[in-house]
Design a protein around this ligand. Sequence first.
Ligand SMILES: Nc1ncnc2c1ncn2[C@@H]1O[C@H](COP(=O)(O)OP(=O)(O)O)[C@@H](O)[C@H]1O
Ligand SMILES: [Mg+2]
Length: 242
Amino acid sequence: MLELTGLTAGYHGGTVLHGLDLSVPAGTVHAVVGHNGAGKTTLVHTVAGLMRPSAGTVRLDGRDLTGLPAHRIARAGIGLVPQGRRVFAGLTVDEHLRLSYRPPRRGDPERPGVWTPARVTELLPRLGERRGNRGAELSGGEQQMLALARALLGSPRLLLLDEPTEGLAPALVRQVHGLVATLAGEGIAVLLVSPSPAQAVESAGALTVLTSGRATLRMDGADARADGSALHAALELATTAV
Ligand SMILES: Nc1ncnc2c1ncn2[C@@H]1O[C@H](COP(=O)(O)OP(=O)(O)O)[C@@H](O)[C@H]1O
Ligand SMILES: [Mg+2]
């Protein structure tokens, strides 16, 4: 279970996240929807330890991780799939998998599942087929799978997914949401951020609209799927926009 309380963060120019409270129980997907510039990546980076919050706390299963460096946060069980995938153009799929494999060490908190390169390629068979290809030779969808594989190889308790379906064809978008649901089914907590309400609600158990770094709407995922009007209103979109 991830618990954020009063999370506040920003850059030299000022505050971007304004006291966000949010929780993601194990085995559930929480979607954060917001326009470009709303602070989604700032949120994800702050939870992952790439930025230090100026106030508030980050807790994972009761353990206070606030302000720890990224490598300690990763060891505590938080895996990041960054916006834009960030795969290495010159490294092969196999090299990515071997470099990312970080089995839990003694003293690390327990994991919902331990991921090895073999298990990851079982879940994502396309990566097995592309084992010898370099990052630059992969399609956008394959790069996204590789970015997900890298995060899984740390055997996370919580996955942070920053716009995982950006630029993907509809069939791949569905595949990514299917994978997200599968991973949540294994007990992983998932925090997914997206500018697109249609893509965010698909696998979400709960949903937060982020507007200029503040939560402006909370909804149950099933309610949002049944009736998107409140969601669209919060995002100031026409109901026909999705
Ligand atoms: N490295 C940075 N330095 C200064 N300002 C930044 C930086 N990254 C993002 N910002 C600003 O923070 C705000 C939120 O950005 P971001 O978290 O990337 O939003 P989102 O991911 O929702 O598009 C924006 O106003 C953006 O210009
Ligand atoms: Mg972003």
